[in-house]
Ligand binder design. Sequence first.
Ligand code: GNR
Ligand code: NI
Length: 172
Amino acid sequence: MSLLEILEFPDPRLRKKAVPVDQVDDKLRQTIDDMFETMYAASGIGLAATQVNIQKRFLVIDLADDEEEHNPLVFINPEITVLDPEPYRHEEGCLSVPGYFEFVERPRKVLVKALNKAGEPFEIEAEGLLAVCVQHEIDHLNGKLFVDYLSVLKRQRIKSKLEKEHKQKASV
Ligand code: GNR
Ligand code: NI
Protein backbone atom coordinates (compact mmCIF):
# COMPACT_ATOMS: atom_id res chain seq x y z
CA MET A 1 0.00 0.00 0.00
CA SER A 2 1.10 3.58 -0.43
CA LEU A 3 0.09 7.06 0.60
CA LEU A 4 -1.23 9.27 -2.19
CA GLU A 5 -0.78 13.04 -2.50
CA ILE A 6 -3.97 15.01 -1.80
CA LEU A 7 -4.49 18.00 -4.11
CA GLU A 8 -5.35 21.28 -2.39
CA PHE A 9 -7.65 24.17 -3.37
CA PRO A 10 -7.25 26.12 -5.67
CA ASP A 11 -5.50 23.40 -7.71
CA PRO A 12 -7.29 23.39 -11.13
CA ARG A 13 -7.17 19.57 -11.22
CA LEU A 14 -9.83 19.58 -8.46
CA ARG A 15 -12.19 21.17 -11.04
CA LYS A 16 -12.07 18.30 -13.55
CA LYS A 17 -15.19 16.17 -13.98
CA ALA A 18 -14.46 12.49 -13.39
CA VAL A 19 -15.49 9.84 -15.94
CA PRO A 20 -17.24 6.54 -15.06
CA VAL A 21 -15.17 3.50 -14.04
CA ASP A 22 -15.45 0.93 -16.84
CA GLN A 23 -13.95 -2.06 -15.02
CA VAL A 24 -13.86 -2.99 -11.34
CA ASP A 25 -10.59 -4.94 -11.26
CA ASP A 26 -7.61 -5.61 -8.98
CA LYS A 27 -5.85 -2.43 -10.11
CA LEU A 28 -8.85 -0.36 -9.01
CA ARG A 29 -9.06 -2.30 -5.72
CA GLN A 30 -5.36 -1.53 -5.11
CA THR A 31 -6.01 2.18 -5.63
CA ILE A 32 -9.03 1.98 -3.31
CA ASP A 33 -6.81 0.44 -0.58
CA ASP A 34 -4.30 3.28 -1.09
CA MET A 35 -7.12 5.81 -0.78
CA PHE A 36 -8.29 4.29 2.54
CA GLU A 37 -4.69 4.36 3.81
CA THR A 38 -4.33 7.99 2.70
CA MET A 39 -7.70 8.98 4.24
CA TYR A 40 -6.95 7.28 7.59
CA ALA A 41 -3.46 8.86 7.70
CA ALA A 42 -5.05 12.30 7.19
CA SER A 43 -7.85 11.57 9.74
CA GLY A 44 -10.54 12.16 7.10
CA ILE A 45 -13.97 10.52 6.91
CA GLY A 46 -14.17 10.50 3.09
CA LEU A 47 -11.96 10.75 0.02
CA ALA A 48 -12.88 11.08 -3.66
CA ALA A 49 -10.59 9.90 -6.49
CA THR A 50 -10.44 13.47 -7.84
CA GLN A 51 -8.61 14.55 -4.67
CA VAL A 52 -5.74 12.17 -5.42
CA ASN A 53 -5.61 13.26 -9.08
CA ILE A 54 -7.55 10.31 -10.49
CA GLN A 55 -10.38 11.56 -12.76
CA LYS A 56 -12.60 8.46 -12.27
CA ARG A 57 -15.93 8.15 -10.48
CA PHE A 58 -15.25 6.38 -7.20
CA LEU A 59 -14.91 7.38 -3.57
CA VAL A 60 -14.35 5.95 -0.12
CA ILE A 61 -15.99 6.80 3.21
CA ASP A 62 -15.44 5.60 6.79
CA LEU A 63 -17.51 7.24 9.52
CA ALA A 64 -16.40 4.94 12.35
CA ASP A 65 -14.87 6.61 15.43
CA ASP A 66 -11.18 5.90 16.04
CA GLU A 67 -12.00 3.62 18.99
CA GLU A 68 -14.37 1.49 16.91
CA GLU A 69 -13.49 -0.96 14.20
CA HIS A 70 -13.06 0.53 10.74
CA ASN A 71 -16.22 0.63 8.61
CA PRO A 72 -14.91 1.09 5.06
CA LEU A 73 -17.55 2.02 2.47
CA VAL A 74 -16.74 2.03 -1.26
CA PHE A 75 -18.90 3.74 -3.91
CA ILE A 76 -18.03 3.16 -7.58
CA ASN A 77 -20.00 5.09 -10.25
CA PRO A 78 -22.36 6.52 -7.59
CA GLU A 79 -25.75 7.95 -8.63
CA ILE A 80 -27.68 10.06 -6.18
CA THR A 81 -31.41 10.81 -5.87
CA VAL A 82 -32.81 13.26 -3.34
CA LEU A 83 -35.38 11.58 -1.06
CA ASP A 84 -35.93 14.57 1.26
CA PRO A 85 -34.89 18.00 -0.04
CA GLU A 86 -35.32 19.66 3.37
CA PRO A 87 -32.04 21.51 3.99
CA TYR A 88 -29.75 19.96 6.60
CA ARG A 89 -27.04 22.28 7.96
CA HIS A 90 -23.71 20.73 8.88
CA GLU A 91 -20.22 22.07 9.47
CA GLU A 92 -17.96 20.74 6.71
CA GLY A 93 -14.25 20.44 6.26
CA CYS A 94 -12.21 19.03 3.38
CA LEU A 95 -8.79 17.42 3.11
CA SER A 96 -8.33 19.55 -0.04
CA VAL A 97 -9.13 22.73 1.92
CA PRO A 98 -7.08 22.05 5.07
CA GLY A 99 -7.80 24.09 8.18
CA TYR A 100 -11.18 25.55 7.21
CA PHE A 101 -14.61 24.54 8.52
CA GLU A 102 -17.87 26.17 7.41
CA PHE A 103 -21.59 25.37 7.58
CA VAL A 104 -23.16 24.06 4.37
CA GLU A 105 -26.82 23.18 3.67
CA ARG A 106 -27.61 20.05 1.67
CA PRO A 107 -30.67 17.83 1.13
CA ARG A 108 -31.41 15.88 4.32
CA LYS A 109 -31.93 12.43 2.84
CA VAL A 110 -30.61 10.83 -0.36
CA LEU A 111 -30.66 7.46 -2.11
CA VAL A 112 -27.27 6.38 -3.43
CA LYS A 113 -26.89 3.66 -6.04
CA ALA A 114 -23.36 2.46 -6.75
CA LEU A 115 -21.13 -0.55 -7.33
CA ASN A 116 -19.18 -2.06 -4.44
CA LYS A 117 -15.55 -3.27 -4.46
CA ALA A 118 -16.67 -6.54 -6.05
CA GLY A 119 -18.40 -4.66 -8.88
CA GLU A 120 -21.88 -5.56 -7.60
CA PRO A 121 -24.68 -2.95 -7.52
CA PHE A 122 -26.06 -1.83 -4.15
CA GLU A 123 -28.32 0.92 -2.81
CA ILE A 124 -28.24 2.82 0.43
CA GLU A 125 -30.50 5.44 1.96
CA ALA A 126 -28.33 8.04 3.62
CA GLU A 127 -29.23 10.57 6.33
CA GLY A 128 -27.21 12.61 8.79
CA LEU A 129 -23.43 12.62 8.44
CA LEU A 130 -23.43 9.88 5.79
CA ALA A 131 -25.77 11.96 3.58
CA VAL A 132 -23.52 15.01 4.04
CA CYS A 133 -20.35 13.07 3.31
CA VAL A 134 -21.60 11.19 0.26
CA GLN A 135 -22.89 14.44 -1.30
CA HIS A 136 -19.57 16.18 -0.49
CA GLU A 137 -17.63 13.34 -2.18
CA ILE A 138 -19.86 13.16 -5.27
CA ASP A 139 -19.39 16.94 -5.61
CA HIS A 140 -15.62 16.28 -5.82
CA LEU A 141 -16.23 13.87 -8.74
CA ASN A 142 -18.08 16.72 -10.47
CA GLY A 143 -15.27 19.23 -9.83
CA LYS A 144 -17.14 20.97 -7.02
CA LEU A 145 -15.84 21.90 -3.54
CA PHE A 146 -17.69 22.85 -0.34
CA VAL A 147 -16.20 26.36 -0.59
CA ASP A 148 -18.38 26.85 -3.71
CA TYR A 149 -21.40 27.04 -1.37
CA LEU A 150 -19.85 29.94 0.60
CA SER A 151 -19.93 33.65 -0.22
CA VAL A 152 -17.46 34.92 -2.82
CA LEU A 153 -15.71 36.85 -0.06
CA LYS A 154 -15.23 33.81 2.21
CA ARG A 155 -14.07 31.66 -0.70
CA GLN A 156 -11.61 34.33 -1.85
CA ARG A 157 -10.16 34.67 1.67
CA ILE A 158 -9.64 30.91 1.94
CA LYS A 159 -8.08 30.82 -1.54
CA SER A 160 -5.62 33.64 -0.73
CA LYS A 161 -4.57 32.10 2.58
CA LEU A 162 -4.01 28.64 1.08
CA GLU A 163 -2.08 30.11 -1.88
CA LYS A 164 0.15 31.95 0.59
CA GLU A 165 0.74 28.71 2.53
CA HIS A 166 1.57 26.83 -0.68
CA LYS A 167 4.12 29.50 -1.65
CA GLN A 168 5.74 29.35 1.79
CA LYS A 169 5.98 25.56 1.62
CA ALA A 170 7.43 25.70 -1.91
CA SER A 171 10.17 28.14 -0.86
CA VAL A 172 11.50 26.00 2.02
O1 GNR B 1 -12.73 14.48 6.58
C1 GNR B 1 -13.72 15.10 6.16
N1 GNR B 1 -14.66 15.55 7.03
C2 GNR B 1 -15.88 16.07 6.65
C3 GNR B 1 -16.63 16.74 7.62
C4 GNR B 1 -17.86 17.26 7.30
C5 GNR B 1 -18.36 17.11 6.03
C6 GNR B 1 -17.62 16.46 5.05
C7 GNR B 1 -16.38 15.95 5.36
S1 GNR B 1 -15.46 15.11 4.14
C8 GNR B 1 -13.84 15.37 4.71
C9 GNR B 1 -12.84 14.59 3.88
C10 GNR B 1 -12.86 15.10 2.47
O2 GNR B 1 -12.33 16.12 2.12
N2 GNR B 1 -13.53 14.42 1.60
O3 GNR B 1 -13.63 14.85 0.33
NI1 NI C 1 -13.47 17.00 0.46
